[in-house]
Design a binder for this molecule. Structure first.
Ligand code: SF4
Length: 402
């Protein structure tokens, strides 16, 4: 298979009864170690033959097994490992294959005569001097795709692209670059959908996630030592989604309880102490050794946001503080101890559709909201991309200083 999000993959998923049915079947078909084989080769740099030549069904099953595991930490080293290794596997296949019709980007093969001869002449000359047959083949505009589809994934300069009648004409090398962007985007979208149903996934995926996490730590050991891990860390307010920023600024009476007690309390507590909950029904005491961070960092932010409301929430309803602790999982109390965690459920941040249904005035989505379905994933995604950019800059700097 050339693309796990392409037409052949979609056909197979349909035959198997849809994506949820595929995820249910995987545990009886794919041993965790077989799924891990798709990524563990990355250390050596050599893709094993049995991975690169897997039949379509096993290819799909092992790849989706890894996606199911990523539902438990959508933006972390595990995701990077899965993306990097699989991008290499599929890129190699795409390079070898001549028929790219099954890719998830809507490509058309060009007709030899559709480029006017004067344009073809100019295009042929752009390589300068006499080109060998291989180079000529490399530069051939064998494919085209609608400009709007092209612009969605193209990050290079437009100067090098031939555009005619609403189509961008591209070489196989261009197709590969476009496909890589589309692949990243598709993984992100798939994992964000699976994140919403992670509590319904079989235990197999938590087990696979643990193994994937250990492997990712091994593969990215050097980077972890240099930059630390992206786990519980001080909050980065600049990465908060619009709804959280709005709640932090204080809201009017009709919105106060939902904005402060439901949304802000769950978001700030998970974002600060347990951004990637390891299991369903996690308790605060599974994530911290004492209540310091909650009492000194999280609760003051909630109280300050409550005080910015009109009228101020806790002046008006002093007992609401007990409700805050209740939502943090300590039961109705205003003097909690760590042992109390688990007395009530620790509420997870509501999904965006719930926020929109319960408090539409809080939701003013920005561009990044397009990629997520939960305010916490918005935050994790921003942290992840910032970390990736910072690491890339650090790594380049290291080489220069080298
Ligand atoms: S789309 Fe989601 S994250 Fe974005 S503002 Fe609305 S509720 Fe918040």
């Amino acid at each position: 298979m050339l693309d796990p999000f392409g037409s052949r993959a979609r056909e197979l998923v349909k035959e198997l009864g849809g994506i949820e049915a595929v995820l249910e079947r995987i545990p009886s078909y794919v041993a965790p170690d077989l799924a891990l084989k798709r990524v563990s080769w990355l250390r050596s740099g050599e893709i094993p033959d049995d991975v690169s030549e897997m039949d379509d069904l096993m290819d799909l099953m092992t790849f989706y097994a890894l996606l199911g595991a990523l539902a438990f930490s959508p933006y972390g080293l595990e995701g990077e490992l899965v993306k990097d290794a699989n991008m290499r596997i599929y890129s190699e296949r795409i390079k070898r294959d001549q028929n790219l019709a099954e890719l998830s980007i809507p490509l058309k093969t060009t007709d030899k005569n559709e480029i006017p001869s004067k344009d073809a002449f100019i295009l042929e000359r752009r390589g300068e001097g006499n080109l060998g047959p291989e180079k000529k083949e490399e530069l051939r505009l064998k494919y085209k795709l609608h400009l709007s589809d092209f612009l969605e994934f193209w990050e290079g300069s437009l100067k090098e692209i031939y555009v005619r009648d609403g189509y961008a004409y591209v070489t196989k090398g261009n197709v590969l670059k476009l496909w890589e962007k589309a692949f990243e985007h598709n993984i992100e979208r798939a994992v964000s959908v699976l994140y919403e149903i992670k509590d319904e996934l079989p235990g197999y995926y938590t087990e696979l996630h643990e193994k994937l996490n250990a492997l990712a730590r091994e593969v990215f050991k050097e980077r972890l030592e240099r930059y630390g891990s992206a786990e519980a860390a001080p909050l980065r307010f600049e990465f908060f989604p619009p709804c959280i920023k709005k709640a932090m600024g204080g809201v009017p009476a009709g919105l106060r309880n939902y904005a402060i007690t439901v949304l802000l309390t769950s978001f700030l507590s998970y974002a600060r102490i347990c951004p990637n909950p390891p299991k369903r029904d996690v308790r605060v005491r599974d994530c911290v050794q004492d209540l310091n961070v909650l009492e000194r960092e999280v609760i003051p932010l909630i109280v300050e946001a409550g005080n910015r409301c009109t009228p101020p929430l806790f002046e008006d309803q002093p007992h609401e503080i007990k409700n805050i602790w209740y939502h943090l999982g300590f039961g109705l109390t205003d003097k909690p101890s760590l042992e109390d965690s688990g007395n009530s459920p620790w509420y997870f941040p509501p999904n965006c559709d719930k926020v929109r249904a319960n408090a539409p005035a809080l939701c003013n989505p920005d561009r990044d909201c397009r990629h997520i379905k939960n305010p916490l994933t918005y935050y994790l995604r921003k942290l992840y991309f910032e970390g990736r950019t910072g690491k890339a800059a650090g790594e380049n700097g290291g080489e220069e200083n080298g």
